[in-house]
Design a protein around this ligand. Structure first.
Ligand code: FPP
Length: 265
């Protein structure tokens, strides 16, 4: 195992933590018409199901079915990283039947979709904690990470049992464990101890389902992300709306705190 990058107390998956630096992490931000990294809060599965008189889990199932299509559109537009918020640290407090159903859906998806992801040249990472997942699921996560590790296309980060505050605390603890003197702590050293050490910060964060909040998602990484909100429920997000999100991003002027547009424009 090479340099440890992820939060130590949640590092169950050496494949994710020890993987080579894929493409420049913690780079100076530059704006281009296409976001390199898109992150999505996939909200609205429950309402999608309720509107149809179906159990909430059917909505989550439909939500999973939407992912390959979204991957295709984004990869086709040249996006290099997609991070999806599949299950937050706080989602454990939902009714146990729903939690168990989502966890089972994750397991099923991991076991079923490796071939499709390989065909699409997608490299998969889990970001989040693994302690509360069963041994079987941890193995399935390791397996999909290993089996896709040589893929060179879009990187898919699946945020499962992920919480931004918890991630930040884990990175702080790791810096202390690593014995880094306080005055040597830099943004770069800190970022290298996050689950997302292998990718640049998200350029565009999309939230479906109409809510206007960040819900503990990529709190550190989203400092200069652009946001796109839509009332459309996640399973209903079609290609045209996704294209609208990308076009909206392409028309933004990102200044990263400066008063003039960044030099990448
Ligand atoms: C939000 O909808 C969605 C979630 C909490 C989970 C999203 C999960 C999936 C798409 C399935 C699991 C993912 C993988 C990769 C297996 P909500 O339930 O909050 O919807 P609501 O706001 O309409 O109630």
């Amino acid at each position: 195992m090479t340099a440890h990058t992820g939060p130590a107390d949640s590092s169950q998956f050496p494949a994710a933590r020890a993987g080579p630096k894929i493409r420049g992490q913690v780079e100076s931000p530059v704006h281009s018409a296409v976001p390199r990294h898109v992150a999505i809060i996939m909200d609205g599965n429950g309402r999608w199901a309720e509107q149809r008189g179906l159990p909430r889990l059917s909505g989550h199932r439909e939500g999973v079915n939407a992912i390959p299509r979204v991957l295709d559109v984004l990869a086709g537009r040249g996006v290099e990283y997609l991070t999806i918020y599949a299950f937050s640290t706080e989602n454990w407090s939902r009714p146990s039947s729903e939690v168990e159903g989502i966890v089972e859906l994750l397991h099923e998806t991991l076991q079923r979709d490796t071939d499709i992801l390989n065909e699409k040249n997608v490299r998969v990472f889990h970001i989040g904690n693994a302690e509360r997942l069963s041994q079987d699921i941890r193995k399935a996560v390791e397996r999909i990470q290993d089996m896709t590790r040589d893929n060179t296309g879009i990187v898919l980060n699946v945020a499962f049992d992920y919480g931004g505050r918890q991630e930040i605390l884990a990175a702080v603890r790791q810096l202390i464990r690593d014995g880094v003197p306080a005055e040597d702590v830099t943004e770069e050293l800190f970022s290298h101890r996050l689950f997302t050490a292998h990718c640049p910060d998200p350029d565009l964060i999309i939230r479906t389902g109409g809510e206007l909040r960040i819900s503990n998602f990529l709190l550190w990484q989203s400092a200069y992300s652009e946001y796109f909100h839509t009332p459309t429920l996640w399973p209903d997000l079609d290609d045209a709306e996704l294209e609208r999100a990308l076009d909206s991003y392409g028309n933004r002027q990102r200044r990263f705190g400066n008063i003039t547009p960044d030099p990448g424009e």
